[in-house]
Every structure is written in C-alpha cells, then in structure tokens.
Design a protein. Structure first.
Ligand code: AQP
Length: 358
C-alpha cells in the first residue's frame, strides 16, 4: 500500500508549480512574457515542474522532425531564460505515461457539456469543427491531467489559459466528490482540503504581460499559429529582424498619450507600451511619463533596442545549447525520471480510488 503519499509530501514541501509550453513552432514574446519569465521567478520559493507538452502539440498536425526540433528548442529556451533543470524539473510530457493514463480516468469525470464551452477549441477548430481531431477537443482534459498528476498547487499561465484552469478545478472537484467515500476509506484525503484527493490548483495569471497582442492587429493575441511572421517576435529572431518587425508594427498616427487612460481605444499603442513596460520592469505610467507626447518614430526604435537587449542573450544561449543536443536530451531524460517519481505514486492512488486492480 502506497499510503497517503500526497498528504505527507504536501505537509513538508514548498508549494508545487506545474506549467507547460507546446513545442509547436517558434516561441514568441507572448510565451516569454506571459509564461517563461514567470516560470523563472517562481523558482525562488516553489518546487517547479516545467513540461514541454509534446502530446498537446500533436492535437494539430506536426511534422515529426519539426516536433523533435521544437521540443529541444523549448527546452533550450527554458534553460536560456534562467530555469535551473537541476534544482527543478524540466521534461517532455510523452516520456511520463501517467499524463495519458490519468487523462483517461479524468475523461470519465469531465462532462461533454463542460468541454463544449471551451472557447479555445471553438477558435482553433473554427468552421471546420467536424474535421478537428478528437485530441484537440479533449486538450483541456489532458491539461487537467498534467497538473493533477503532480498535485500541483499553482499554475502560471497567460490569460488565454484561464478557462482551461477553471475546468481543471471543476474536474478535480468532481473527482473528489464522486469518490469522496472511497478516498476517506483509503485514508487518501488531503489534510485541510475538505476531504479531497486532488488539490484545486490556483491559476497564477500575473506575469509582466499576461496577454501580449499581435503586432499586426492589437485585438488578437500574439500567437505561433498566426500566418503572418510580422505578427510576432520570435525568441530566435536576430536584431535586424526584431527591428524590422517593430518598424512595421501597426500603430496609429497620434503621438503617445501622457497617461494610461489615453491608451483606451488604441489597442496597438497599448500593446507596444505594455511590451516596453514588461521588458523594462516599469509600469505603463512610467513608460508614458518618458514617452508621452512623442510619436512612434521615436518610440519604436527605443522599443526595438530594448527588445534586442533583453532577447539577444537568451537567443545566443539557446543557440549554444542547441549545438549540444546530447545535453538537452539528458536534461529531458533526467527530468522525466524525477517527474515520474512524483506522478507514479499519485496515479497508483488514483487506481486504487477508482477500483482498478493494480
Ligand atoms: N500572446 C500571449 N500573451 C501572453 N501569454 C501567452 N501565452 C501564449 N500566447 C501568449 C502563454 O504561453 C504559454 C505557453 O503557450 P502554448 O505554446 O502552450 O500555447 P498557446 O497559448 O496555444 O500558444 P500560442 O502561441 O497561442 O500557440 P497557438 O498559435 O498554437 O495557439 C501559456 O501559458 C500561454 O498562456
């Protein structure tokens, strides 16, 4: 009998953080400011598990060679940005089978009506819904499994993942309720968690910029799948490309306002000021105190310099790391072993709770 592993660990350990990034193409400034910067900060006072979610990636078609390349690239970006893979855990999802196994159990807890409300599926499937993969529809349940497989307490994500986090909490709550009696009989209830087996993870949507918008359209989020390269700044872009993309970024003819209220109704201006503030570690007010009244002809070069200054060292370190694929793969292998050591006893408990003969 594995005993109440979750409860025992919880009383001793730091709060546990889990989050993931899909290896689906070029990482961009939105992924960096909305997620990765926050991942780095949280290392101070959390036990962190950061996952390259390759199983999520194949919910839409991925070229296999490209997927491998991207998996290593995201890993390199994590490390280059300052994540310590020895102190914390960095691994790719498909190496730890408990993600898929727990997802199946949670598929039987989640309700179709809940998934039908997921706006990301509607956006990604678009009009061609009948032709979307079942995996894309089920994506949020796999995400719930990712988080709950580790009894994670906190999940740092960008604003776009808020609804999926709420669903994770609903699934955890329903599982706890459905099996309440069994959880109590087996002595697997978490202390102070009103008798539940799964903790209800807390979303941390509070990076320096939780929603970075497209450079071509300030009402759409910056995204890997946007067909326009000029809509995003990739972590792999060199200085010339960054300057070019910022020069071409959509703006309006007005100078920057003196106060934040003046950004209302000016989505593109608000986005560029937000990016500057996030990278400089300033508030938007502070940025406007410096640039208010000045035109984009002055602001854009200053922004380009700042983006280059912040991204160039990460870019260079990513290149250096990617020259040593053996090292990247060893980080992922060791991370997977340590991740498995946490997820396995938790999933063994899940099996006992639902009544699987182990
Ligand atoms: N524009 C954004 N602003 C702030 N945060 C963002 N994130 C993504 N885009 C922005 C956050 O980055 C983390 C990893 O995202 P992901 O790659 O796993 O998934 P995603 O949200 O689907 O990323 P993309 O770029 O938008 O990919 P596509 O185009 O495939 O949909 C998450 O925490 C996310 O919130």
């Amino acid at each position: 009998m594995s005993g109440n592993s979750g409860t025992e660990q919880m009383s001793k350990r730091k709060p546990r953080v889990f989050s993931g990034v899909q290896p689906t193409g070029n990482l961009h400034l939105g992924n960096y400011l909305g997620a990765i910067v926050r991942f780095v900060d949280l290392q101070q006072d959390h036990e962190c598990i950061y996952c390259v979610v390759d199983m999520h990636a194949i919910t839409v078609w991925q070229d296999p060679q490209e997927l491998l390349r991207s998996t290593r690239e995201v890993t390199a970006a994590f490390i280059a940005a300052g994540i310590d893979p020895e102190e914390h855990i960095v691994f790719n999802q498909s190496q730890v089978s408990q993600h898929a196994e727990l997802a199946w159990v949670l598929n039987c807890t989640a309700r179709i009506g809940w998934l039908n409300r997921m706006t990301q599926f509607k956006e990604k499937a678009g009009k061609n819904r009948e032709n979307a993969s079942v995996g894309l529809y089920d994506y949020p349940v796999l995400m719930a499994a990712d988080i709950l497989a580790y009894h994670a307490d906190r999940v740092p994500v960008g604003e776009d993942q808020k609804q999926h986090l709420e669903l994770t909490r609903d699934i955890a709550q329903k599982f706890n309720n459905d099996y309440a009696q069994r959880i109590a009989e087996l002595g697997l209830a978490r202390e102070g968690e009103d008798g539940g087996f799964f903790p209800l993870p807390e979303p941390l949507i509070q990076g320096p910029a939780t929603r970075v918008m497209s450079l071509r359209d300030g009402t759409k989020k910056m995204s890997k799948s946007d067909p326009s390269e000029y809509s995003r700044i990739n972590l792999s872009d060199d200085a010339d490309m960054i300057a070019k993309k910022i020069r071409k970024a959509k703006t309006d003819p007005e100078p920057l306002p003196e106060s934040v209220e003046g950004l209302e109704g000016r989505a593109e201006a608000a986005n560029l000021v937000g990016i500057y503030a996030a990278l400089a570690g300033l508030t938007k007010e502070q940025v406007l105190a410096e640039f208010g009244g000045r035109g984009f002809a002055e602001f854009k070069p200053a922004l380009a310099d700042l983006v280059v200054e912040k991204l160039a060292p990460i870019n260079a370190e990513m290149k250096r790391l990617l020259d040593d694929v053996g090292y990247i793969d060893s980080v992922l292998r060791s991370g997977a072993e340590r991740a498995r050591a946490i997820a396995e006893p938790i999933f063994d408990d899940v099996k006992r709770i639902v009544g699987f003969l182990a």
